[in-house]
Design a protein around this ligand. Structure first.
Ligand SMILES: [Cu+2]
Length: 276
């Protein structure tokens, strides 16, 4: 099914941006999955939801057309007085129930998969601000802000409204846990290729996870209306090899080092001692 979408969207495309993991012109269907979670979502959509909705739509359309032709006024001068049919009433209650039960099984499985976070290799904290994202790697004691790059400052091949100054880096094939919160209003951290979307709520920490299965640059956006610049706080994730990640981390520890809180606590404790 996804292949059909790809072929159709290829027909409409003029540029070579087909395999970039960002929204495309005339895109139909999802972005290419880049994580196990998104693969399951695409499977559920392509092989469960789409066939069922298509079948229901075709069936209902058939019923409408059939009724229009069979019961047209010119052929039915005297109106029918039928008001009940027990069999059909039982059927149109039972069949939709069965369809919902059949859909519920893989749907719950998917929800459970998304909600159960495996042991994380890397933890990232994403904080939504009006209007940019702040990131922390709590285990590495680094933190930085990630602002959108203005259109006039874009380099060639950098997508408009999706490029940020400081991107997140994660290694490929590792479980990444994302802690999501906000500092002012509701935001939402969403990355379509990873099948990830969670609300960022002030005073509360939501979590989600992904395991990227291919390297590359992946784009997402804030997905909760958060004010006038809601559309201008994109998310950029670079999935790199473990070596490249180690190199980045080394640089990041210099560039984005957070204040060492433990030394501050010591200073305050000493001052308190002096006062006493
Ligand atoms: Cu936002």
């Amino acid at each position: 099914m996804t292949n059909i979408f790809k072929i159709i969207s290829l027909l409409f495309l003029t540029s070579g941006s087909v395999l970039a993991d960002q929204p495309k012109n005339w895109q139909l269907g999802f972005q290419d999955p880049a994580s196990t979670g998104m693969e399951s979502i695409v499977w559920f959509h392509d092989y469960m939801l789409l066939p069922v909705t298509t079948a229901i739509t075709v069936f209902v359309l058939f019923l409408i057309l059939y009724a229009c032709v069979k019961f047209r006024a010119s052929k039915n001068k005297v109106a029918s007085t039928t008001s009940h049919n027990a069999t059909i009433e039982v059927l149109w209650t039972l069949i939709p129930c069965l369809i919902l039960i059949v859909l519920a099984v893989p749907s719950f499985k998917l929800l459970y998969e998304q909600d159960t976070i495996p042991k994380a290799d890397i933890t990232i904290k994403a904080v939504g601000y009006q209007w940019y994202w702040g990131y922390e790697y709590p285990d590495e004691n680094i933190g930085f802000d990630s602002y959108m790059v203005d259109e006039k400052d874009l380099k060639p091949n950098q997508p408009r409204l999706l490029t940020v100054d400081n991107e997140i880096y994660v290694p490929v094939n590792k479980v990444v846990k994302v802690l999501i919160t906000a500092n002012d209003v509701l935001h939402a951290w969403a990355l379509p290729s990873f099948g990830v979307k969670r609300d960022a709520i002030p005073g509360r920490i939501n979590e989600t996870w992904f395991k990227a299965e291919k390297t590359g640059t992946f784009y997402g956006q804030c997905s909760e209306l958060c004010g006038i610049k809601h559309a201008f706080m994109p998310i950029t994730v670079n999935v790199v090899t473990e070596d490249e990640y180690a190199t980045w981390l080394n640089d990041a520890k210099q560039k984005f080092a957070l204040e060492d809180i433990s030394s501050n606590i010591k200073i305050v404790k000493n001052e308190i001692k002096k006062l006493n």
